[in-house]
Design a binder for this molecule. Structure first.
Ligand code: ADP
Ligand code: GLC
Length: 478
């Protein structure tokens, strides 16, 4: 039995800000339980919902040095869907109203978490063969592990994987300060280790010290070796390319299933979507005060509202797009400029544009189920889960050909009658608009072909089955 520990800063159903939580919360369920004992370690945030906090049971606690600081480390645990979750408790670090806040605070918070993950292992009596780290928040795990190996037999032989869900976020801060926080020897703060462009960089540390590096799609694994996508670490990604691979994300096919989804008004599947899916659309139009017209093409967006997601393209052509016979529903939160942009257009085009600037699991499911198309024009996209959810719900994705979007959405070819969505290559607003208009033409004028696109999309398999196998192979080869 191979023992694997996931270390991460978020996981469904406990705490979520983005796709990372979906991955960390669902992937562990899909390993072969006979061969792999996969457990997950997370921070215990004060901002977790009470229902989840109430489920946690106290395991033990101890005190840990963080340089000159002596910090409390509580360990709580629970089992969910057959997976054991551990939670690192410390009210000083994890008392914020959201998992992440100011960078200077997050730096110390996740340095603490990364060290606590390692110090907790002997205490909970779970010595993993592999620690699978996710994103910059756990970047120091492989670094501390390297440091612990000197003179401590227990940690020798534990391997690490660093999975990059988003290279943009690296966790960088002043080198002196990070030295003071971590207590790591000066030796680690060199340009071939933790240091990048004079600062200490948590993710870089993880990439340098991990035994294997993965990212969440093949295309992104290639892209990050180039300056455009490399976020100033493309040199390092090239240097480590023989340890770097892409494994595309899946989604939880039980949580995201139009045939059983409790959030949507009418369940459907690939055999009856032609008649049933539309009922969700009518209800959503009603709920959101959109003009009730089942024929109008409804385009959805569910997203963090940030530069990454390509909303400057949308802003640029929004007036033009709104001259068309379409409706647009947005669900998301993030940067003020994008939140206000969508609010503005909802005010300007009532009945046509609906801006829902909040977070809601339930509304997201309704949108995936009700829309005809889903727009995701990302500047970069390591994998993207929203387009997979859309495919699953028969909502045709319109995407830019980048990262995981390129790997998971096949562009419609009207001559060969293939494809599951629509895509464009360049980061250009009118190229996007042209693609949306092409989709409209198929939707309005070639409904049979459109329904075939929907059918092909719904028949794709983006469950975790295949990808979990690839992770198993990776674990076995280490
Ligand atoms: P990222 O991780 O970059 O945000 P992904 O596409 O991988 O992008 O994952 C986003 C996840 O967050 C999806 O599960 C999506 O449904 C969800 N999501 C994003 N914004 C919201 C929101 N406002 N309300 C509910 N779910 C949201
Ligand atoms: C990141 C990426 C997104 C990916 C998710 C889960 O948030 O932005 O593309 O799907 O992680 O891996």
């Amino acid at each position: 039995m191979k023992k694997i520990l996931f270390a991460a800063s978020e996981a469904v159903p406990f705490i979520k800000t983005g796709g990372l939580a979906d991955v960390v919360g669902s992937l562990p369920k899909y390993f072969d339980k006979e061969k792999y004992d996969v457990r997950v370690m997370l921070p215990k945030y004060m901002c977790m919902k009470e229902v989840w906090k109430d489920k946690l049971e106290y395991n033990t606690h101890f005190y840990m040095d963080l340089n000159w600081r002596k910090q409390y480390v509580g360990i709580l645990e629970t089992e969910y869907d057959g997976i054991k979750f551990y939670f690192i408790d410390n009210e000083y670090y994890f008392n914020g109203f959201a998992p992440y806040g100011e960078m200077y605070a997050d730096i110390e918070k996740f340095a603490f978490f990364s060290k606590a993950v390692l110090c907790a292992l002997p205490v909970i009596d779970f010595r993993p063969d592999i620690i699978h780290c996710h994103d910059w928040q756990t970047g120091l795990v492989p670094v501390f592990l390297d440091n612990f190996r000197f003179g401590n037999e227990y940690y020798r032989g534990i391997k690490t994987i660093m999975t990059i869900h988003n290279l943009k976020f690296q966790g960088t801060w002043d080198t002196q300060k990070v030295r003071d926080i971590t207590g790591l020897p000066q030796y680690y703060f060199a340009p071939d280790k933790l240091e990048a462009y004079r600062d200490a960089n948590f993710l870089k540390g993880g990439i340098v010290y991990a035994d294997r590096i993965t990212t969440v799609s093949d295309s992104y694994a290639e892209e990050i070796k180039t300056p455009f996508y490399g976020e100033r670490l493309d040199g390092l990604m090239n240097a480590r390319s023989n340890c770097l691979s892409g494994i595309v994300n899946g989604i939880d096919y039980e949580d995201f299933n139009p045939a059983t989804d409790k959030y949507i008004t009418k369940n459907y599947d690939v055999s009856n979507f032609r008649k049933e899916k539309i009922k969700n659309k009518i209800d959503l139009q009603k709920e959101l005060n959109l003009e009730q017209n089942q024929k109008t093409m409804l385009i959805g967006i569910v997203s963090r509202l940030t530069d990454q997601k390509g909303f400057d393209l949308v802003a640029y052509v929004m007036d033009e797009l709104c001259q068309d016979d379409i409706q647009l529903v947005v669900l998301g939160t993030g940067e003020g400029q994008y939140e206000n942009m969508f609010r503005h257009f909802a005010w300007k085009y009532p009945g046509k544009v609906s801006a829902n600037i909040y977070y809601s699991e339930e509304m997201s499911h309704k949108i995936y189920a009700s829309c005809d198309a889903f727009l995701m024009p990302s500047l970069f996209e390591p994998c993207g889960l929203s387009q997979l959810m859309s495919l699953r719900y028969g909502t045709v994705p319109i995407v830019r050909e980048t990262g995981g979007l390129k790997d998971t959405v096949e562009a419609y070819n009207e001559f060969e009658k293939t494809g599951t969505g629509f895509s464009f290559a360049n980061y250009n607003a009118h190229e996007m608009l042209g693609t949306v208009r092409y989709a409209q033409r198929i939707y309005y004028d070639k409904k049979r072909d459109w329904n075939k696109i929907v059918e092909r999309g719904m028949s794709q398999d983006f469950s975790w089955t295949n990808s979990a196998k690839q992770y198993e192979e990776l674990y076995d080869n280490m």
